[in-house]
Ligand binder design. Structure first.
Ligand code: XMP
Length: 357
């Protein structure tokens, strides 16, 4: 099956999902299965997918490969598939671009060591932050980040002798990145953000899957991060509107950690369901406030929490007011005069997107 067929298949499934958000509850016999055993079946079969993907990677990777590994569910599944297919001929590389979540690096190191995959951390934060200095336009940020990722992977590929890059692109990434007849909603760092000339050949085993299907594969592979909420490759850069500064990145990193802690605690206490995605973004807006007896002129943090099936559409979560109040109080107490306003985003996708940039 060619790339165009795969794209047509994924597109067709996406359109059908919009009409029928829970494909598993529908009549199996009404579905055709012309695209292969794991595609277009009513019940996605992770075991068949893994078998097929490993066989395909064995053929696609004649030599060595670098695996782009962010520690998220997509790239972790890729790392395991690549390790199954070519063993130590695959090297998983985690790039710390200075825009990752609080505690992320330690968590990814611990998780990757449990996969027993060949793994390396590269600290490229100075390089990424220097390239992003003064950049305010979201698409430009995404393109710079996509290009820098490739610089780092190509640099790591050389001494290892890799000819291929395995990355965890999934269907929504290329659908939203546009091309052909599709409008560019946003250039996902691993698709529209890629530089035009790359020396590494791409292998993308998850290209025609949606997030819920990737999670099924992750559960089948018994990965501990199977249920982890998504985090965009460009990281906090697309949660910090406007120009990035160290101070703003620190505010959004800490605010994201507070939102995660409070919503996870509320879900564990049965106050709400765990949403599909929940985080904070820092708006490029300052407003007047009062703290103690003095005036403040601080930044605005927006809390975003959504329910979704695959991220292609989403609805804002009905988080209990007392949970939102705790989040707001903790953020403003922690940030002092830097943040004096916290707002909650009540926009569905469409018309909004999940991330703010
Ligand atoms: P949006 O904001 O487009 O996001 O509604 C849909 C889902 O994709 C994630 N996202 C990204 N993931 N690279 C990624 O790996 C990206 O460039 C990117 N942009 C958005 C987002 O967090 C959400 O889960």
């Amino acid at each position: 099956m060619g790339l165009l067929d795969l794209e047509a298949a994924a597109r067709e499934r996406w359109l059908r999902r919009r009409a029928d958000p829970d494909p598993q509850e529908s009549d199996a016999s009404s579905r055709s299965n012309k695209y292969g055993p794991h595609l277009l079946t009513t019940v996605f079969d992770p075991a068949a997918f893994v078998e097929e993907a490993v066989k395909k990677l064995e053929q696609e990777l004649p030599g060595k490969a670098v695996v782009a590994c962010s520690g998220g569910v997509d790239s972790s599944v890729c790392a395991v598939l690549a390790a199954k297919a070519v063993g130590d001929r695959a090297l998983s590389v985690f790039v710390d671009h200075g825009l990752i979540r609080k505690g992320e690096r330690a968590l990814v190191e611990r998780m990757m060591s449990s996969f027993h995959a060949n793994f390396k951390v590269v600290d490229a934060s100075d390089e990424f932050l220097a390239a992003l200095e003064g950049v305010i336009e979201p698409e430009q940020k995404r393109k710079i980040i996509g290009g820098k990722f490739i610089d780092v992977f190509e640099r790591e590929a050389k001494p290892f002798g890799a000819t291929h890059l395995v990355q965890g692109t999934i269907a929504p990434d290329w659908i939203e990145s546009g091309g052909g007849l599709r409008d560019t909603i946003k250039s996902h760092h691993n698709v529209g953000g890629l530089p035009e000339r790359m020396s590494l050949k791409l292998a993308e085993p998850l290209r025609d899957l949606y997030k819920d299907e990737v999670r099924k594969v992750a559960r089948f592979l018994k990965l501990e991060n199977a249920e982890r909420q998504p985090f965009p490759g460009p990281g906090l850069a697309v949660r910090c509107l406007g120009e990035l500064t160290e101070e703003k990145i620190e505010i959004v990193r800490e605010s994201c950690a507070i939102v995660e802690e409070e919503i996870e605690a509320a879900a564990a206490a049965g106050k709400c369901e765990l949403p599909w995605q929940y985080f904070a973004a820092l708006l490029n807006v300052r407003s007047v406030g009062v703290q103690g007896d003095t005036r403040s002129y601080g930044w605005t943090v927006v809390v975003r929490s959504v329910g979704a099936l695959d991220g292609m559409t989403a609805h804002w979560s009905k988080i209990p007011p007392e949970v939102l109040e705790r989040i707001s109080t903790r953020i403003t107490n922690t940030m002092g005069k830097r943040v004096n306003r916290v707002v909650y985003d009540v926009t569905n996708k469409p018309p909004g997107t999940i991330e703010w940039e």
